[in-house]
Design a protein around this ligand. Sequence first.
Ligand code: SAM
Length: 262
Amino acid sequence: MMHLSIGGVYQKLLSIRPPSPDDPFVVMDVGTGTGRVIHDLESNAIISGTEVDNVEIIGVDNSQHMLDKAHAITTGILKDCVSWVHGSALNLRNVMESRQHQKVDLLIFSIGSISHLSEPGQPEGFLEEVSKVLRPGTGRAYVSIYDGSLLNPEEKISFHQPPGVSEIHSNTYPSIVYRESNHRGDLNGNVKYVKFGLEVVNVENQSVLERNEISMKMRQWRKDELVDLASKTDLVFVENFKGTHETFYVFKIAVEAGSRHL
Ligand SMILES: C[S@@+](CC[C@H](N)C(=O)[O-])C[C@H]1O[C@@H](n2cnc3c(N)ncnc32)[C@H](O)[C@@H]1O
């Protein structure tokens, strides 16, 4: 396994398929949230002013609230070239249908967000959608599984969060931390029901600005299960890359399917 930089992937794929304004390189970030992955592409100076005409970037999320935030915090060269699209990972064809350029060169579903697809058949449905929108030949999909969502046959349940309280510092507001506590959950088959407390705290005066009790339902995975599921679609597994807390699985369109999709 090798380590992964999405910026490096972007540059490599771009060199394999040099784009033009008539045939741009299309990046789709599924479950984009507030656009972290897309903003990273820019902050690494990967998307330079000259390339912008040749690149289309689509941030897809099923939460309008996240997209509004993404839009609001996007500045610089990305401001006019990213489309923030309200849509579902389970209907990517619908996202692409109304667009002029309908094939995706680089599709990313990062930080284990595929675990949000926790209902039976949803991961398979997502992979099927990917197989329909990815560009045959050079297109690549990078789908991540979070280390903490791997089913551990040795233990009833495993948590990637440390016990007690953990803090995440806001990148945007230096005095703000997100304080998580009391992580707990139950495992039922391959679905983990996770709960934790979340406070937004101003560390300058320790005032709590917001307090929430978070509940999430997250799909858990057997090792290489994603590769097995993808093999039932027109996708083929290419390789995987280990990140700090996640593994990216890379897929492309099967050669024999590619001709049907052109
Ligand atoms: C953990 S966040 C990841 C945000 C961002 N990609 C990142 O890496 O920081 C997961 C995002 O996936 C979105 N999401 C969950 N289910 C989805 C679905 N079925 N279709 C599209 N987006 C979805 C959520 O709204 C949320 O913004």
